[in-house]
Design a protein around this ligand. Structure first.
Ligand SMILES: Nc1ncnc2c1ncn2[C@@H]1O[C@H](COP(=O)(O)OP(=O)(O)OP(=O)(O)O)[C@@H](O)[C@H]1O
Ligand SMILES: [Mg+2]
Length: 211
């Protein structure tokens, strides 16, 4: 059983994309998955509406109700809980980190995004929870950019996931139709990246990829 919080103070860094893709990978691996959307914009919840009856289910929840909502999801049989949070949402981010076993921090690898990472790193410093930066929307052939960004993240005291998501149309296109990348491009690079990250997250929390 694991609870994964997706947290980043920066708008548009890829929180919802990461939350929904990792949750869908967990579903495909055979887990009982609950996505909890704490963002008043309710983007993940809208994706859930477009998706209809296909799993994972997405529910909304105000930050103050997060602890009890997670507990209820566990009692109802969910073994993987993924929490999406708003940008600039101190309360939501703090509550999500509090209930999480592991925190993923999506960020783009550009200068302004790395600057914004400082605020998220500050939040993590008090949390004593394993937190890993996941670089998102990395342009093709940007090896140097990625290395420099990883160093900047480590200098802020954050760990960096060995897996990142490239800038890929499949992430963007799938979201608008309530799907995930693998459902529109089953053998595509985006699908491989998401599954690699899911496998790595499972290793970090000591659970098998599917139950
Ligand atoms: N790896 C990627 N490749 C291509 N497009 C991406 C990628 N990740 C995210 N996007 C696109 O970037 C936009 C922002 O992503 P997303 O909504 O996931 O960010 P967010 O952090 O949840 O934003 P907010 O802070 O507003 O909640 C979306 O249009 C999404 O489809
Ligand atoms: Mg979002």
């Amino acid at each position: 059983m694991t609870t994964i919080a997706i947290v980043s103070q920066k708008g548009g860094s890829g929180k919802t994309t990461l939350a929904l893709h990792i949750a869908a990978s967990a579903v495909y691996a055979g887990n009982q998955v609950q996505v909890i959307d704490t963002d008043p914009q309710a983007t993940a919840a809208a994706w859930g509406d477009w998706r209809g009856e296909f799993l994972p289910e997405v529910i909304t929840c105000p930050p103050v109700r997060l602890f009890s909502t997670v507990e209820r999801a566990k009692r109802a049989g969910s073994n993987v809980i993924v929490i999406d949070t708003p940008p600039h949402g101190d309360t939501a981010s703090r509550e999500a980190v509090r209930v999480a076993d592991i925190v993923l921090v999506p960020t783009r690898a550009r200068a302004f995004d790395l600057h914004a990472l400082e605020a998220t790193a500050g939040l993590m410093a008090y949390a004593s929870k394993p937190a890993h930066v996941v670089f998102n929307a990395v342009p093709a052939r940007a090896t140097r950019m990625l290395e420099e960004a990883a160093e900047a993240a480590r200098n802020l005291g954050l760990s960096v996931s060995p897996h990142h998501f490239g800038e890929r149309a499949a992430f963007h296109r799938s979201a608008g139709s309530g799907e995930v990348a693998r459902e529109i491009e089953p053998d595509g690079k985006a699908a491989l990246e998401v599954d690699a990250l899911w496998g790595w997250v499972c290793e970090q929390v000591g659970m098998p990829p599917g139950e």
